[in-house]
Each structure stands twice: as structure tokens, then as C-alpha cells.
Design a protein around this ligand. Structure first.
Ligand code: UD1
Length: 358
């Protein structure tokens, strides 16, 4: 019988996905390891506080670095940790470098792996996340999927169907559990924001790393700001290039520091539209009914287009699409199946059955 679990978290979105899973398994012997991939107070601690999660038992403090450097540092730290505590199951989340690092270490130590948010595919191997997802799924004994098509993706890659469990979306569990706390008026007052605004987030390497691309993006974001005030909490990844390109030089652009979970979703809830390259925000806007323009050539979350408010746009399409979104009133009323607030409990049920605890 298996009773001890280690959850491995590294970045902001990992925390949002893990909160309901950790809560639903709280009768088991659980350890939470934070790799320290995200480390600034505003990128990490604020999220633990906002989500009411206990402090991690261990923080590896790996910090930033190139892909090899960061992934390797997480692996070295986790191997030590897993040898010291030897969990019966390691639970990993999403598609970040900490996710693949944890799955690799666990597999080599013959510790079973559960992957929360398995089977998503952008089919774009230039994204580090796509590499991380594919490899993590190959190494996972339990694949928890958020939308039905993910099971087909796993099957196409030879993952036995019996490993896949369609459980819904734990990120949406967290959103629904906190709905009463998203007070847009309070966030507007705290940051001096206008009544009507577009909220933007940009951090994908393909959009913000190269100064030329970042400058082109800023020109189009300024085009959106010509239509409505643009509020942009800036992720540290894009800060230097976007500001060097003059992001904050438009009078209707409001550059903010990264926001905590509650303030951020409150700001999203009150937005007339969202412009983003984030994965999770495509899902959160779908549930909140806020039009979402995703500045990417692809998405691993097509259900947010078929069932939600999401639309993929190029740089050139962004301003006309924003004009249309700002003028529109339609709000899709289809919710993706099982995005109902109970994914964490379903994951816990599968884990219990699988481990023989139930
Ligand atoms: C990572 C994930 C990405 C996810 C994002 C969520 C990978 C490959 N990418 O991207 O999939 O969408 O997290 O936010 O795992 N930095 C700070 N303070 C921090 C963390 C980062 O200043 O607390 C800066 C550093 O300069 C660092 C850069 O941001 O070099 C990028 O951080 P990193 O964790 O490598 O990747 P993200 O872009 O955050």
C-alpha cells in the first residue's frame, strides 16, 4: 500500500494547479517540494499565501538559468530529496522545467509518477513546454487530463489508455473556490485603474526574448492602448525587452508589478478583454467569460477556442481583433466538460484507488 506522496512545484501556475490536489489528499503523508524555479516573493510566496497553502516542506532554491542548468539543478536537488525521503508517488504539474526534471529523477529511482495536466499538445516543438510535456507523459504512471482530446494525444504517443484519467481542470477548481474573493473594484482602486481596460500578460520566449520581436509587439500593444487603457502586470522575463521598447511610453498603458493570484484574477474578471500568451489564462478567461486574444500561432488548449472565449491572433491581427472584442457582447455559455470545481477530488479518488488506500 502506498501512503507517502511528494508534490513537486516550481512556478506560479504549478501552485494554482496543486492547491486543490494537495487539499484533497490531506489525509495522506504528503511532502511539498518547491524547486525554487520561481523565487521572487511576488512570483511565489504571495501565491502560497493567497491560496492558503502550507509553506513547502523543502525549497531547493535552484533559481534561474539556461534550460540545461535549471533542469539539471532541479534534478540534482530532487534526487537527494527522493533518496532521503523515498516517496511512494511523485506528483508533478503542468509543463515547466521543474516538471520534467522531477519526472526524470523519479523514473530513474523507480518511483511512480502522476502527471497533473497530461496530454496537452501544441505540436510546436520550438516551445520548451511541449518538450517537457511529451517527455513527462512518457514517464508517468498516472496521466490526469483536463480535456478529452488529451487522451487521444497520449494514445498516439503509445501511452497506454489505462494510464489516462479524465478528471477536469484543477486550475479551474482554484478559480471557482475563490470566486467571492475576486473584487475588481478593490484592485482598480489599489492600482488607480480606469473602469474599462484591456488586461495584457506577455512572457513567452518567442514573443519577448528577442528585442526586435518585443519592439514589434509593443507597437501592436500601443495600438490596443489607442482603443482602451491597457493594464499589463509585467512578468520578469519580458520586463527588460518590453520596457526598452517603450511599453510604458503610451499614456494609456499601465505597467504593474506581477500581481498575486487573487488580485490578478480580480483584474482579469473586470477586464473588457485579455491579451496574452499564457496557457492558464486561456482557461481562466473561458470560465470568467472574458474575451481572450492569445498572441501565439498555436495552443495546446483548443477547448478554450471551441468552448470558450479564446482566439489565436498574430501581431498584425491583434488590434482589429481587440476592436472587435471590445465592441462585442457575446459571451459563450459552454463550459468545457468537468471544469466544475471537482478535479482535485477526482484526482485524489484515482490516487487512492491506484495506491490501494481506498
Ligand atoms: C516558466 C515556464 C513557463 C511558464 C512560466 C510561468 C519553463 C521552461 N517555462 O517560464 O512554461 O509559463 O514559468 O510563469 O519552465 N525570474 C525572476 N524571478 C522569478 C522567476 C524568474 O526574476 O521569481 C526571471 C529570471 O530572469 C529568469 C526569467 O524570469 O531568467 C525566466 O524565468 P524561468 O523560470 O526560467 O522561466 P519563465 O519565463 O518564468
Amino acid at each position: 500500500m502506498i501512503t507517502s506522496l511528494t508534490h513537486v512545484l516550481g512556478t506560479r501556475p504549478n501552485l494554482v494547479k496543486a492547491a486543490p490536489v494537495v487539499a484533497a489528499l490531506d489525509d495522506l503523508d504528503q511532502t511539498v517540494v518547491h524547486t525554487g524555479q520561481h523565487y521572487d516573493e511576488k512570483m511565489s510566496k504571495v501565491f502560497f499565501d493567497d491560496l492558503g497553502m502550507p509553506e513547502p516542506d523543502v525549497n531547493l532554491g535552484v533559481g534561474s538559468g539556461g534550460h540545461a542548468e535549471q533542469t539539471a539543478a532541479v534534478m540534482v536537488g530532487l534526487e537527494r530529496e527522493f533518496l532521503r525521503r523515498t516517496p511512494d508517488l511523485v506528483v508533478v504539474y503542468g509543463d515547466v522545467n521543474s516538471t520534467i526534471a522531477a519526472a526524470l529523477v523519479a523514473a530513474k529511482l523507480h518511483i511512480p509518477v502522476a502527471h497533473v495536466e497530461a496530454g496537452l499538445r501544441s505540436f510546436d516543438m520550438t516551445m520548451p513546454e511541449e518538450v517537457n510535456r511529451r517527455l513527462t507523459d512518457q514517464l508517468s504512471d498516472l496521466c490526469f487530463v483536463t480535456s478529452p482530446e488529451a487522451i487521444g494525444h497520449l494514445a498516439n504517443e503509445g501511452v497506454p489508455v489505462a494510464r489516462a484519467h479524465f478528471v477536469g481542470n484543477p486550475m479551474i477548481d482554484t478559480l471557482l473556490a475563490n470566486l467571492d474573493r475576486f473584487d475588481t473594484g478593490r484592485v482598480r482602486a489599489a492600482h488607480g485603474l480606469p473602469e474599462r481596460y484591456v488586461l495584457a500578460t506577455m512572457h513567452r520566449p518567442a514573443n519577448v526574448d528577442a528585442p526586435g520581436t518585443a519592439a514589434a509587439l509593443v507597437r501592436h500593444l500601443h495600438g490596443v492602448a489607442d482603443l482602451a487603457d491597457l493594464v499589463i502586470p509585467v512578468h520578469p522575463r519580458g520586463r527588460a525587452t518590453l520596457l526598452a521598447a517603450g511599453l510604458d511610453e503610451h499614456p494609456r498603458v499601465h505597467v504593474l508589478e506581477p500581481l498575486g493570484y487573487i488580485d490578478f484574477i480580480a483584474a482579469v474578471r473586470g477586464a473588457a478583454a485579455v491579451v496574452t500568451d499564457s496557457g492558464g489564462l486561456q482557461e481562466e478567461t473561458t470560465i470568467l467569460g472574458v474575451p481572450c486574444l492569445t498572441v501565439r500561432p498555436n495552443t495546446e488548449r483548443p477547448i478554450t477556442i471551441t468552448h470558450g472565449t479564446n482566439r489565436l491572433v498574430t501581431f498584425e491581427e491583434l488590434v482589429p481583433a481587440a476592436a472587435k472584442a471590445l465592441g462585442g457582447t457575446e459571451r459563450p455559455d459552454r463550459t468545457p466538460p468537468l471544469w466544475d470545481g471537482h478535479a482535485g477530488v477526482r484526482i485524489a479518488d484515482v490516487v487512492r484507488r491506484w495506491t490501494g488506500v481506498a
